[in-house]
Design a protein around this ligand. Structure first.
Ligand SMILES: NC(=O)c1ccc[n+]([C@@H]2O[C@H](COP(=O)([O-])OP(=O)(O)OC[C@H]3O[C@@H](n4cnc5c(N)ncnc54)[C@H](O)[C@@H]3O)[C@@H](O)[C@H]2O)c1
Length: 258
């Protein structure tokens, strides 16, 4: 994989598990140093060479700012944080309005906090990138979890705003929108959807996922962690130097744009 001449340090937020953990490993494999940050202090147990750890809640601007001040020579920032409401989202009035706040606070305001603290530093550096994790749900009015979908739609839009603002400084901003990746977050969607069903009616996680993938994905398969991580490393590389403001769907063709 071709990398920027001075790869520097990559900050991964949401690194404790799932996609963030896979992304952390992929950057380490490619020879980068990684600052792995997460609100879950199990992130402290990541102990590969090249990784340092921070416990950070992205909803707290002061904590994110402290992280940005501590991390010198950062060249790329990857925001893999994400939460769902934990509710079965259709009809939308199943999710009480008060519960929208937490999802928007983590998925959107958390990303804004990261852009505000790291963006000007990257601008001063004159190179590098920010990558947000959005979702196909942010592009199709998904009924699964409306606050989640709305937060991701807003994040896709903010990706474009930030990309325009940072482009004159040589800094790129993109988003990846996964489809179905086998992680705790994905499993929590199944848990919410079967809650309240009698035991004999409940599909297993595998059954639920297989049916959903068959229904929505032309390629008919899960998206794998290593596929997501490979695109993340590519978007941080010099080979992607002309790509900014984009949302790249890795979804087996679930969402197609002309
Ligand atoms: N898994 C999928 O199928 C899927 C599909 C579409 C989009 N995504 C997106 O991909 C990204 C990664 O998702 P995942 O499936 O790996 O989820 P995950 O739940 O496995 O991991 C999310 C991580 O974010 C961390 N986090 C949560 N709140 C935080 C906070 N306030 N501050 C710091 N860290 C916090 C969690 O501790 C966790 O380690 C998310 O943005 C998610 O919305 C995932």
């Amino acid at each position: 994989m071709e990398r920027e001449k001075d790869a520097g340090t990559v900050v991964v937020l949401g690194a404790a598990r799932g996609i963030g953990r896979a992304v952390t490993d992929a950057f380490l494999d490619s020879g980068c140093s990684v600052v792995a940050a997460d609100v879950d202090n199990s992130v402290s147990r990541m102990s590969r060479a090249g990784v340092s750890n921070r416990v950070v809640d992205v909803t707290c601007l002061e904590q994110v700012d402290e992280l940005a001040r501590e991390c010198v020579d950062v060249s790329h920032v990857v925001f893999t944080v994400g939460v769902g409401s934990g509710h079965r989202g259709f009809p939308f009035w199943n999710v009480p309005p008060a519960e929208w706040r937490r999802v928007l606070d983590v998925n959107l305001i958390g990303a804004v906090n990261v852009a505000h603290t790291f963006g000007p530093r990257l601008a001063e550096r004159g190179s590098g990138s920010i990558l947000f994790f959005a979702s196909v749900a942010g592009q199709i009015g998904s009924q699964t979890d409306p606050p989640y979908s709305a937060s991701k739609a807003a994040l896709i839009n903010f990706t474009q705003c930030a990309a325009k603002d940072l482009a004159p400084f040589g800094v790129r901003v993109n988003a990846i929108a996964p489809g179905m990746v086998k992680t705790d977050l994905n499993q929590s969607v199944w848990e919410a959807s079967v809650r309240g069903m009698s035991a004999d009616q409940q599909p297993t996680y595998e059954e639920w996922a297989a049916e959903k993938i068959r229904r929505v994905s032309p390629l008919g398969r899960w998206q794998e962690l290593d596929e997501i991580a490979a695109m993340t490393v590519f978007l941080a590389s010099d080979a992607a130097r002309n790509i900014t403001g984009q949302t790249i769907n890795i979804d087996g063709g679930q969402v197609m744009h002309s």
